[in-house]
Design a binder for this molecule. Structure first.
Ligand code: ASP
Length: 327
């Protein structure tokens, strides 16, 4: 950390971005989201204020978001076209550039914990599917019956998506077929509820973590940006920690999380400039819809998104917790 900056800490989280229609957002529903985000931030802040590591803070924050059925990760994750769950997660330590990720796991209760075990104990960075689960079960990672992830809301969401999708496909509508074959979500809510956290600890270390069920009605076997280091998640003590949410295919093509870091490292861009450029300029060029949360090594936080809303919040040393949904 720069000698001109006193040690400080910061944490920022998201619970996904998208068209979060104001018309369907009642005050009660908004209050539920704000309260959930606040609880997560309080837990993360406690760890950081007590001198805990950024890695522990983002792990704890994402575990809590995974356990909350409001968000599309862990319990409450969206369903594939086969009405199954395939979960992705990634975590990265900005101090060492160590990273771990899991893709297409169906029985891991907290995919972010699994990602951390991959980082710390497998000798690999990314493990997928049944083989990953077999390894994780030898490491004491909690496995659950896949039914644990399914909530009535998500089943309903899949049925609506499939009803709309089947209609469009029967129509032989070229545009919607193209959308379907490109992996676009046929999600009437147009909502991406992936979760993520970034943190700076009092030792000047940065960390990031992201976790998701992916996209509603996704093709089984499809993997999005979330478990891809540099796309859905990136942390480097020299620059920034980033966690993204949105249309995963675009975030992979734009290498979005790493791009924020690269802009800062190679052009000297500020956190604000780098994140705005990626979210407002570079992602839209590849049809990227969504946003990200980022914290730099000085504790500056950016939470940009190019959709109608993004569930998000932040907490910094000596400041009140802030949570928000819309602009
Ligand atoms: N980025 C995630 C994916 O493509 C979706 C999301 O952010 O909600 O799997």
């Amino acid at each position: 950390m720069s000698p001109t900056h006193a040690p400080t800490f910061a944490i920022a989280i998201h619970g996904g971005a998208g068209t979060i229609a104001r018309s369907t957002m009642t005050e009660e529903r908004a209050a539920l989201y704000h309260a959930a985000l606040r609880d997560v931030l309080e837990a993360g802040r406690r760890i950081l204020a007590d001198g805990g590591s950024a890695l522990d803070a983002v792990t704890e924050a994402v575990v809590r978001l995974e356990d909350c059925p409001l968000f599309n990760a862990g319990h409450g994750a969206v369903l594939t076209a086969d009405a199954t769950h395939e979960l992705d997660a990634c975590i990265m330590d900005g101090r060492t550039l160590a990273a771990g990720a899991v893709a297409s796991v169906a029985r891991v209760r907290n995919p972010v914990r699994a990602a951390r075990v991959v980082a710390e104990r497998s000798g690999h960075v990314l493990m997928a599917g049944e083989g990953a689960e077999r390894f994780l079960s030898t490491q004491g990672v909690a496995l659950v019956d896949p039914g644990y992830f399914t909530t009535p809301d998500r089943l309903d969401q899949l049925r609506r998506a499939q009803a709309a999708g089947a209609g469009m496909l029967l129509d032989h509508d070229g545009a919607s077929k193209a959308a379907a074959s490109s992996g676009d979500p046929i999600d009437p809510d147009r909502k991406f509820g992936t979760v993520g956290a970034v943190a700076l600890d009092l030792s000047g270390n940065l960390a990031a973590a992201t976790s998701t069920g992916g996209m509603t009605n996704k093709r089984p076997g499809r993997v999005g940006d979330t478990p891809i280091v540099g796309a859905g998640c990136y942390a480097n003590n020299a620059t920034v920690a980033v966690s993204t949410t949105g249309t995963g295919e675009s975030f992979i093509r734009a290498v979005s999380a790493y791009d924020v870091s690269a802009l800062m490292e190679y052009t000297g861009a500020s956190l604000e400039e780098a994140t705005r450029r990626v979210v407002m300029d570079k992602l839209p060029r590849v049809d990227g819809r969504g946003g990200l949360v980022a914290v730099d090594r000085f504790g500056n936080v950016a939470l940009p998104f190019n959709t109608e809303g993004m569930y998000r919040g932040m907490a910094r040393a000596g400041e009140d917790i802030v949570t928000a949904i819309y602009e």
